[in-house]
Design a protein around this ligand. Structure first.
Ligand SMILES: Nc1ncnc2c1ncn2[C@@H]1O[C@H](COP(=O)(O)OP(=O)(O)OP(=O)(O)O)[C@@H](O)[C@H]1O
Ligand SMILES: [Mg+2]
Length: 344
């Protein structure tokens, strides 16, 4: 896979992983900013004594505990000892084919007969402990973490709260395992950020668009010619660079491809207006609210405090991105910013 730039972010992640686990790290940023790719790159470069457990909740829809078990675990034949032995032999580089944390079939049936959430954490802790005892460094990664925000346990409580407590125990208390959670859902990050139990126990790493200099280097890597023009359309959003690259590969000329991408975003906004907003009493006001972003690309949450519901609407539609750490709001991407600008 092509991978460009991001030296600073990579160095930061490696520094975190080289120390003792103390905090939960939340890797967040707008959609398509390159969070997952950055994590993959960091893991690929890690020495062999790291044992990365990478779970991506996008792999399957998680509605309940049973689904959660399916994503977290891979049922294998053999007993616990054998499975651990295999696990320790597997290099960190195999994580791309990672199907979940291995568990013996019998054990799975035994401890999850009633799908108790506590059993999940008990088993995971044991695996991480054994890995540490063997002189390896366990790293537990949960990508697209917001996907499980609605999963509840048998007593009706959100599983994510239990998960957070577990991650605090693994990091701050036991220093057993590095824990990284990635998400692009900024309302989810907001709820995490304002969670009193996580205060002082977690840190937030923003994976944002590349700066102009960095972006231009990557444009070269992708073979873009009209760099200033490309910058005006997609800026430093890596995901959109891939989109442009793919279009060019299909033989579409650069400028035409950019215009096409912009048109798609404009169409998406108009579709939202036509479907969701036309049903709302205050649909027109919600639509007009976007005008605030025509000239001011970045607003502070205090600038829009009287329009709270409108902001939330556009955040939920992934048109605006809210960064709870610095309290700013901006279009989800430079391309969406341009689409907003062109609305009449
Ligand atoms: N530094 C990079 N060099 C080259 N390609 C990259 C880089 N970073 C990301 N990409 C590519 O850009 C696209 C979007 O990246 P990625 O999926 O990592 O974003 P994300 O922030 O995880 O998105 P989402 O919000 O959907 O989870 C992918 O095709 C990825 O391979
Ligand atoms: Mg991702």
């Amino acid at each position: 896979m092509l991978f460009f730039n991001r030296e600073k972010d990579i160095a930061q992640m490696k520094a975190i992983l080289s120390g003792d686990p103390n905090l939960i790290y939340f890797v967040y940023g707008p959609i398509n900013s390159g969070k997952t790719a950055l994590l993959m790159k960091v893991f690929e470069d890690l020495p062999d004594n790291y044992c990365v457990f990478y779970i991506n909740f996008r792999w399957r829809y998680v509605a309940d505990i049973d689904d959660l078990l399916q994503v977290l675990f891979e049922i294998r034949q053999g007993d616990f000892k054998e499975i651990l032995k295999d696990l320790l032999k597997e290099s960190v580089r195999t994580f791309r084919e990672f199907k979940g944390i291995p568990i013996p079939e019998k054990m799975f049936e035994l401890i999850f007969g009633k799908a108790k959430v506590g059993n999940i954490f008990g088993y995971l802790e044991e695996v991480f402990e054994k890995i540490k005892e063997a002189g390896k460094v366990p790293v537990f990664v949960l990508d697209e973490m917001q996907s499980i925000k609605r999963v509840i346990n048998a007593s009706g409580k959100p599983v994510i709260q239990e998960l957070f407590n577990f991650l605090v125990a693994l990091t701050k208390e036991k220093h057993l395992c590095h824990c990284l959670c990635a998400t692009s859902d900024c309302l989810f990050i907001e709820s995490v950020y304002s969670n009193a139990r996580l205060e002082g126990r977690s840190q937030y790493i923003l994976v944002n668009d590349l700066s102009k200099n960095e972006a231009f280097e990557v444009y070269d890597g992708f073979g873009f010619n009209q760099k200033e023009l490309v910058w005006r359309y997609i800026g430093g959003r890596v995901g959109d660079m891939v989109g442009l690259y793919e279009r060019k590969k299909r033989g579409i000329e650069e400028k035409k491809a950019l215009k096409e991408m912009l048109k798609n975003e404009i169409r998406r906004l108009e579709w939202i207006k036509l479907t969701k907003l036309s049903e709302k009493e205050d649909g027109e006001e919600i639509w007009e609210f976007l005008e605030k972003f025509k000239h001011n690309k970045l607003l502070s949450i205090s600038d829009v405090k009287d329009d709270f519901e409108r902001v939330i609407f556009w955040i939920e539609e992934n048109v605006l991105f809210y960064n709870p750490v610095d309290g700013t709001i901006k279009p989800q991407s430079p391309l969406i910013g341009r689409a907003i600008k062109s609305l009449n």
